[in-house]
Structure formats: structure tokens, C-alpha cells
Design a protein. Structure first.
Length: 79
């Protein structure tokens, strides 16, 4: 897995809802619930995997602590 292609997708709390952020990007997507944000982040990671790109997914709780860390490798079909 190449560190240059490994991108971090993070889910975390915002003042009003939840955000999905992508390393190296200046924008974020906001969602009303943490579940919706996590689902969107997982879909994004799976699209990257299908394109042959690995992702690191980090999900944070409302207090900022890490609830989970996941490594999503490229799918076999993409390799």
C-alpha cells in the first residue's frame, strides 16, 4: 500500500451535526446524524477501493474520542 495514495476520511462532530472530512481537501460534507455521516464516509471509502485506492477511515464520538479506525484496501478487482 502506497502512503502517497492512502487518504484519510474522518467522521466527527460539528457544532450543528456531523462532518465528513477528507485529508488534503479543504471542504467537508455535513450531516444531521453521525450514522448518516459514517455511512457516507464508508461509501466514499468503498468507491476509492473500487478505483484501486486505499483509505483510512476514522470515526470519532461526540466527545472527540476515537470510536473506530478502519483500513479499506483496494478491492481485488481493482488491483
Amino acid at each position: 500500500m502506497n502512503a502517497e495514495t492512502l487518504q484519510t476520511i474522518s467522521v466527527g462532530p460539528r457544532d450543528a451535526g456531523w462532518a465528513v472530512r477528507i485529508s488534503g481537501a479543504n471542504d467537508e460534507q455535513t450531516f444531521a446524524s453521525g450514522a448518516a455521516a459514517e455511512a457516507a464516509a464508508r461509501r466514499l471509502a468503498q468507491r476509492r477501493a473500487a478505483a484501486g485506492l486505499p483509505s483510512r477511515l476514522i470515526v470519532r464520538l461526540r466527545d472527540g474520542s476515537v470510536a473506530g479506525r478502519f483500513l479499506i484496501p483496494p478491492t481485488l478487482e481493482a488491483a
